[in-house]
Design a protein around this ligand. Sequence first.
Ligand SMILES: [Zn+2]
Length: 141
Amino acid sequence: MSSILPEYNSDATSSDDAENEEELFTKRVRSNYIFKSKFDSRAESKSEVLAQKSWLQRFTKNLEDDKRIYYNCKWSRKCPAKMMLIIPHNTNEVFQYVTDAAHNHKIKECGLPEVTKAAVKKLFDVGVRKPNAVLKSLREQ
Ligand SMILES: [Zn+2]
């Protein structure tokens, strides 16, 4: 197992199509990325990012040594929480970095199992909106 992590801030001299957007991005948010976890494959990183249910892919940068995928918080564009995947070209491993800023809002859709969410949505669709009525209906199901 390699203990050498890619440097996230070594791309200052790079230039490619994503540069302008990246510039805007860094101007708006001075993000301080911290290493979070390492995945053994692209597939593993993809399913883990999906499972975290917090990230919306913004743009990708291809650098000499690695590819970087930048993510924003999925729930709020004003949220300072950001995430980045670094995929070195010479390995299958994927490194996940997150900003040290916490989400500045409540994370929606957490805690309810998919089945319950679907049931609640169905009730909403037929006009059951009062929390007590929703709970009563759910219990009956
Ligand atoms: Zn957030």
